[in-house]
Design a protein around this ligand. Sequence first.
Ligand code: AMP
Ligand code: MG
Length: 303
Amino acid sequence: MIKPKLIQQFVVEPGSAVNLKQYVTDWTETEEAQELGKDVIKERAHEVLEESRKQLDATQELLYASDTHSVLLIFQAMDAAGKDGTIRHVMSGVNPQGCQVFSFKKPSAEELDHNFLWRYMKSLPERGRIGIFNRSYYEDVLVVKVHPEWLGPGQPANPDDKFWEQRYEDINNFEKHLSRNGTLVLKFFLHVSKGEQKRRFLERLNNPEKHWKFSEADLAEREHWKDYQKAFEAALSATSTKRAPWYVIPADRKYVARALVADIVTTAIQDLGLEFPEVTPAKMAVLEAARARLESNSNHAET
Ligand code: AMP
Ligand code: MG
């Protein structure tokens, strides 16, 4: 497991003003990483991912058995930052019945006709489950802040600061509500550099098997890079709370991002201190009776 002290540098301190330039995109370039050496880090990252996956499977079973909490993991990022791959790798060891992934695209006309949280509310994880939002209601203060013309009917044509502040407030209240009702909310911003995004786009263009992943719209959004970074900084500053913290995950190295997310998720669920439900004396008696019955019948049953 990764030391909590190391993880701490990626948490957005509630109430702090985020400057994304102060968060690394390539953690292997940091001083502490260079002391270890890139090969050691890569190997260690794979070990952490492997170990966390195993633990996450066991932890999810406990989550299901105890039936008191649910977990909501939110992933936001610029295009090609590795959301899909991170979700796939971190969740690959978990019982498919124990998790639900929802990817949110441009809202439909019906969705735009409701309050902006409506479509996400419908997809929240039930108790015992891990729900994953690949994009989320944060799009409604990110992509929509960069393109206010996408706000939909009944919304202001030129939303002012107050409009966005009210959305952050709505989000904070919503997450407070979730947390009070037993949902652990963890939010990940996969922080990729503009240079690495370009490299990944080119890879998509150069590799026929990755062509499907490339969308012309991604290039158009890349032109708005600065506006997006500003929108992320404002959203992260306004909505990182103790009960629903944001993590800024360095994402230029996929293995670093995956190991960090896997470790953070596993540790946070373990920290809930869940326990298997206690077996009551009455239930114990039922189990004993069942055992006795099976054993006394075994000769007949098997012939
Ligand atoms: P992808 O995840 O690459 O398939 O792309 C989904 C697209 O839907 C992205 O361009 C998002 O920015 C866009 N999208 C997701 N949620 C919203 C939203 N609430 N309003 C407008 N666009 C959105
Ligand atoms: Mg895309």
